[in-house]
Design a protein around this ligand. Structure first.
Ligand code: NAD
Length: 488
């Protein structure tokens, strides 16, 4: 297991384009998921710090010569500088994320090191390359100019599981649209957010365009309810999402919510799972089971049930568990002892409700430190069982039998959630026909890979609104119609 060479203790915030002195002396420590060592710390934002950050974002947005009014190509140049500064820190970003939340390093290199710059370039290019207004000839003889304007100051709150990837699903479209942002990272993964702030400083983003306020739930709650915020973008648990939706409802504040999931991986009766086992792993157990869209309910046809249970159990039992910084590791530790307690309590509940444990179920013996849980598979799970209905957010799969294809679709849809999903089949057309019947925001055939140009998001308790694609850009814009002078 890799041993840390040093800790990183921050004593400043990134507010108004510069380092700012914290209002209080309170700090937040971050621990390594694999070794429980102290990795570093950041100051905790007080209400005054948050007020300062929102005021800076407000000034930047309201400046008549400022960011919101720049030509899109000028914003694109600034965001290109930001992308380059992030790329200089790519390896350090991946390493920090792996250390903090246990994400295998090869995955962190894609999601955390690669994605942010890619998204900045995609969205700034989209705004610069696509007209943001159009003129329509009306039915009554007049003409109307329809203009997409930036929505204003965005309050963004993100979780720890894919911290930089998720952050840039918000920052990239918001900044490209001309919005200014106050970001609250998750306390478990705040060190990568501070590195991102260092990149923003180096890129010399204009004062107030981006601000970072570290802290916990209270900081998030103060930010999203702040009178200076025009739009909220949240990714996290359904419970927190409900609380945030209530606040935004009362304030009539637009909000995007990316919440939890309990997606179905539907194995059709013609599927050869073993030939797509790598994709199946990536769709069900990636990032130690800590991704919202994973297909954690595996639906298997009754007459091939034992075979599917054996294949899935064989996969889970063969995965290399270890140091997240080791390139060959497939499953790292969970983010925190609290998260491990949560996952272990679901494993206990799965057993108590009659699920048959086929592999895993405990802590791997090889490690005396770190928050590891073995990849775990339950067979004979009923879709009404708690482990089939509630999000576990760990490497735990339930294999649920079904009779007919209609029954498989009905089970997939018998969930409070609707975020991801996958269909496994030898016949892609049949797979798509089944996929179309599942009530979910996204679903893949023989794989599940988020495509940044296509919208991502959920239905039901998985949230509202979409990230990725041009649709995400539109969520940071408001439409203004100018009825043109008919005599002109
Ligand atoms: P969480 O909801 O506890 O916390 C997420 C973030 O919100 C953190 O920064 C936290 O400090 C903050 N927060 C918590 N309560 C808040 C409140 N009432 N007001 C304002 N801010 C608040 O979630 P988590 O444990 O950090 O992350 C795991 C959850 O995130 C899982 O449920 C997972 O499914 C979900 N998630 C969803 C997506 C998606 O795109 N749909 C992506 C990743 C994670």
């Amino acid at each position: 297991m890799s041993v840390l060479t040093g800790t990183t203790d921050y004593t400043w915030f990134y507010i108004d384009g510069q380092t700012a002195k914290p209002d209080s002396g309170e700090t937040l420590a971050v621990q390594a998921a694999a070794t429980e060592e102290r990795l570093g710390s950041v100051p905790v934002s007080t209400e005054r710090d948050i007020d300062d950050a929102v005021a800076a974002a407000r000034r930047a947005f309201d400046d008549p010569q400022g960011w919101a009014h720049w030509e899109p190509t000028r914003r694109q140049e600034a965001l290109e500088r930001f992308a380059v500064a992030l790329e200089k820190r790519a390896q350090e970003t991946a390493t920090r994320v792996s250390l903090q939340n246990g994400m295998p390093i090869w995955l962190a290199q894609q999601f955390e090191a690669g994605f942010p710059a890619l998204l900045l370039r995609y969205y700034s290019g989209l705004v610069a390359g696509t007209p943001q207004e159009e003129t329509r000839d009306g039915m009554l003889g007049g003409r109307a100019r329809v203009i997409r304007e930036p929505v204003g100051v965005v309050g963004a709150v993100v979780p720890w599981n894919v911290p930089q990837g998720i952050t840039f699903l918000k920052l990239a479209p918001a900044l490209a649209a001309g919005c200014t942002v106050v970001l609250k990272p998750a306390p478990e993964t705040v060190l990568d957010a501070m590195l991102m702030a260092e990149a923003a400083l180096e890129a010399e983003l204009p004062p107030g365009v981006l601000n970072v306020v570290p802290g916990g739930r209270d900081v998030g709650a103060h930010l999203i309810a702040h009178p200076g915020v025009d739009k909220v973008s949240f990714t996290g648990s359904t419970a927190a999402g409900r609380a945030i939706a209530e606040t935004c409802g009362r304030l009539l504040r637009p909000v995007t919510l990316e919440l939890g999931g309990k997606s179905a991986a539907i194995v059709l009766d013609d599927a050869d799972l073993s030939s797509t086992i790598e994709s199946f792993f990536a769709s069900t157990l990636l990032n130690n089971g800590q991704i919202c869209w994973l297909g954690t309910r595996v639906l298997a046809p009754q007459h091939r049930y034992q075979e599917v249970v054996d294949t899935v159990s064989g996969l889970a039992g063969s995965l290399r568990i270890g140091d997240p910084l080791d390139e060959s590791t497939q499953i790292g530790p969970l983010v925190s002892s609290r998260q491990r307690d949560r996952v272990e309590s679901y494993i206990a509940k799965g057993k108590a409700e009659g699920g048959r444990l086929t592999v895993g179920g405990g802590r791997p013996e090889a490690f005396d430190r770190g928050w590891f849980v073995q990849p775990t598979v339950f067979a004979d799970v009923d879709n009404n069982h708690t482990i089939a209905q509630e999000e576990i957010f760990g490497p735990v799969l339930s294999v649920i039998p079904y009779g007919t294809e209609d029954e498989a679709v009905a089970i997939a849809n018998a969930s409070d959630f609707g975020l991801g999903g996958s269909v496994w089949t030898a016949d892609p057309e049949r797979g798509e026909a089944v996929a179309r019947r599942v009530r979910t925001g996204t679903i893949g055939i023989n794989a599940y890979v988020n495509e940044p140009t296509a919208p991502f998001g959920g239905v039901k308790a998985s949230g509202m609104g979409r990230e990725m694609g041009p649709e995400a850009l539109h969520s940071y814009q408001v439409l203004k119609t100018v009825y043109l002078d008919a005599s002109a």
